[in-house]
Design a protein around this ligand. Sequence first.
Ligand code: KG4
Ligand code: ZN
Length: 362
Amino acid sequence: MRALGIESSCDETAAAVVTLTFGEGVSRPILQANVVHGQVEVHARYGGVVPELASRAHIRNIGPVIAEAFQVAGITPDALDCVAVTAGPGLIGGLLTGMATAKGLAMALGVPLVGVHHMEGHLMSPFLDPDAGAMDFPFVSLLVSGGHTLLVHARQFGEYRPLGRTRDDAVGEAFDKGARLLGLGYPGGPAIATLAEGGDREAIRFPRAMPGREQLDFSFSGLKTALRTFLGQHQARMDEPEWRRDVAASYQEAIVDVLASKSIAACRQTGERRLVVAGGVGANRRLRERLLERGNREGIQVYFPPLSLCTDNGAMIALAGLRRLAMGQRDGWALNVQARWPVEKIGETFSSSRWPSIGRAS
Ligand code: KG4
Ligand code: ZN
């Protein structure tokens, strides 16, 4: 079965072609094309994603990105068995652009349309890595990006239990906002990580929110406020390169410390020995170092999918869509996008009951 996966829930316009065979169990997917068009240049001057600008960029880019995916895969659209699309959660304008495109394609080709939860997509990313070897369910996943901070217990495909989430800012936002306070560029994560190289991680003791061993929720807004207050008190030092390095290293350490200890605690609580890290913040070198070190000590295998798979992409959506198709999911033309869609309801898609019944996608 071959799927086109479309992802446009945030600031990446992405399309991918993935093939999966079903029979005795599920085969390893074959990734035939994975095209991602980012929008950093559109949002950089604002220091964060501007929803209306993101929508317009998706509209401009989605056609060419899909055409490129077909070209890279060396197929024509009629070779598809299904069109999978992110139905939420995310920014509504981008989601609508992806959904309208997916419906048009599925309708024209006469193939099923499958709506996918963005987070289920992220949970699929390790399976797309040909080097992942024995990777399989069950595992604990730490999803960390500009929009999400979530610990999930993934028991098997379709069976997920959220263990903890952020109560305020996402961890990527903590990096981006921290970078802005330090006068660094966007995206802030890589900027802070670069500045922090060689800095003293213990120079400033920034607060670690919700440190309780059993408590798996996160909070980052207090940390951001602590940085703002600290910088306000030391305005005169803002131009000292070494001091700035120490501030960045200490700030990064406060974030990484919380992510690492809660991830390990989540593995302990669930008894799982596998931890998968997905999302853009997974690129952070210090986070990788800390998690591998803690994982080694605790007998937990920590797995980082390659960056191209762990940031937003269409391949993860195509694969989740194929697995859902195999479970019998087919969404009709009334399929709706959902800006908010709790992880607890990942298995449900939402339809508009007032949409005229003009046929099903299958
Ligand atoms: O998954 P992603 O590419 O996009 C979504 O947010 O969906 O994640 C982007 C986030 C940004 O907040 C960026 O600052 C952060 O990931 N990020 C990093 C690093 N690289 C990207 N954060 C910390 N360290 C990094 N090396
Ligand atoms: Zn994402």
